[in-house]
Structures are given as structure tokens and as C-alpha cells.
Design a protein around this ligand. Structure first.
Ligand code: SAM
Length: 248
């Protein structure tokens, strides 16, 4: 596949549904909906991951796995289950596989649910990326216990947050499709709840490295999403996203 010609890569890219915007070289950029470069800026990843093992949970098309490899990680394991099992209309693992081949990447991959992660099954990792996955968890604290069990050093957690006006730990519950018309969104912790859950599962030093944006940012985003996708304005305006670094 590494020897596949750019024209063929281009044709195969056009056949697939993409989440990430990946630069595959030869002027080929996958048409993902996600503003992956902007998210990457907010993550404040260590510039170098030389010698580190990295686990990317919920990797989808692999943007952040391939980025970790570029930062020098000695081993990267990308995992996913919902999209990669291929039975939902969100996409499939084919995008990841195509990007991996086109980039000549050595990132490893495994279809495994968050709740099946354990040191026995996949080992432990110096750096764990848990990006855009927590709010998809029906059992968020249990999910974080599994994530913590495979984290040797640091977790980079990016998540949607809700109930922003209270400083007490609180978590919204989304039965049905209450958040973003998406039935796979289950919970919206507020920043205090994210920190509290990380402490509960054994992280000691916790830093919010990208926090809440001003209200006018959220309102502009909500107006855009309502106009583009028909999302409920208020369900988007009252939520935001944060990035947390935490160490055991
Ligand atoms: C919003 S996407 C985030 C993708 C990527 N991490 C990012 O930040 O752009 C959520 C990802 O989590 C995966 N996911 C959802 N539930 C999962 C589960 N129970 N176990 C493993 N992956 C899951 C989905 O398949 C999807 O790839």
C-alpha cells in the first residue's frame, strides 16, 4: 500500500467518510468535519514524545496517533470500537487504514472498547490520549478507571463540559439525543467533576491546560451549529470543551 500511487490514494480518499483532516502528502487532505489542527493546538502536547509509548483511545481516523508518531513516540497504539466496528453510519476503520498506509506509519491498531482496556490486554503506556470520548461514556467513572489502569505517566483528556455555572462537581446526563442530536452522547461533566473523577481514579497532579472560552465564543459556535446542522441553540451554547493534563 505504501507504493500506491497518489492518484489511487486520492480516489480512495474520495470513497470514504472522514472525521479528521489528515494531510496525506501529494496535496491530498482528507475532507474531515473535525478541525483537528485547532484541537491539536489546544491539547498543548509535549513537543517531543521521544522514547515514550502512547495510547490513543477512540482514535477514529488516527490524526492524533500519527501526530504522536511524528513527535517521536517509540510506540503508538491506536484503539477504537464504535466507529471501527463498522456497523454505524459514522464511518469505519477504513479511513485509519488508508491514512496509515499512505503515511507509511508504524502506528499499531486494535479494535477494543474502553471498558475492555486493562494492563493484561494492552499493557501500560507513558502517555494516554483520551480525546473526545469521555462524554460518549454511559459509565464515565468506570471508563476512567479503565483508562487510568493502562496509564503509567500522563493522560491528555479532551472533553465536552456542561453545567458550567456551578463550581460544585456536577454532571449532566443526556438520555436520548439531548446533546447535539447524538444518541451516543451520554454525559456532560463540569470542569470540577472532570478533575474530581481524575483524582478518584488515581491521578495526583491535574492541570486544566485549555479551559472555558468566553460566552460569546460559545454563542457564536452554537449559532453556527444550529444553522449548519439544526442543533438546539441552547444545548450547544451552554456547553464547551476543555483539555486536562494529569499525572499519576
Ligand atoms: C468524537 S470522536 C473523537 C475522535 C478523536 N479522538 C478526536 O478527538 O478527534 C469519539 C471516538 O470515540 C470512539 N468511541 C466511542 N465509544 C467508544 C467505546 N466505548 N470504546 C472505544 N471507543 C469508543 C468513537 O468510535 C470515536 O472514534
Amino acid at each position: 500500500m505504501t507504493s500506491v500511487q497518489p492518484e489511487e490514494i486520492k480516489a480512495r480518499v474520495a470513497e470514504l467518510r472522514w472525521h479528521h483532516s489528515l494531510n496525506l502528502g501529494h496535496g491530498i487532505i482528507t475532507p474531515g468535519q473535525d478541525n483537528s489542527e485547532r484541537k491539536l493546538g489546544r491539547l498543548k502536547m509535549p513537543t517531543s514524545l521521544a522514547g515514550k509509548s502512547v495510547l490513543d483511545i477512540g482514535a477514529w481516523d488516527g490524526f492524533f496517533s500519527f501526530d504522536a508518531e511524528r513527535r517521536g513516540a517509540s510506540r503508538v497504539l491506536a484503539t477504537d470500537s464504535y466507529v471501527w466496528d463498522g456497523s454505524h453510519d459514522w464511518g469505519s476503520k477504513r479511513g485509519f487504514d488508508l491514512a496509515k498506509a499512505a503515511l507509511g506509519s508504524k502506528v499499531e491498531d486494535r479494535v477494543i472498547d474502553v471498558l475492555d482496556l486493562s494492563p493484561d490486554k494492552i499493557g501500560m503506556f507513558d502517555v494516554v490520549l483520551f480525546l473526545g470520548v469521555l462524554y460518549h461514556m454511559k459509565h464515565p467513572l468506570l471508563a476512567l478507571e479503565h483508562v487510568a489502569s493502562v496509564t503509567r505517566g500522563m493522560i491528555v483528556l479532551e472533553t465536552a463540559v456542561d453545567l458550567l455555572s456551578t463550581r460544585q462537581s456536577a454532571m449532566a446526563f443526556y438520555p436520548g439525543s439531548d446533546l447535539g442530536k447524538d444518541a451516543t452522547n451520554w454525559c456532560g461533566p463540569n470542569p470540577a467533576a472532570v478533575v474530581g473523577m481524575l483524582q478518584t481514579v488515581g491521578f495526583r497532579r491535574i492541570e486544566i491546560v485549555a479551559g472555558l472560552r468566553p460566552w460569546y465564543f460559545r454563542y457564536a459556535k452554537a449559532a453556527r451549529l444550529k444553522w449548519r446542522h439544526g442543533f438546539q441553540f441552547w444545548s450547544m451554547a451552554r456547553t464547551d470543551r476543555i483539555v486536562v493534563h494529569a499525572w499519576k
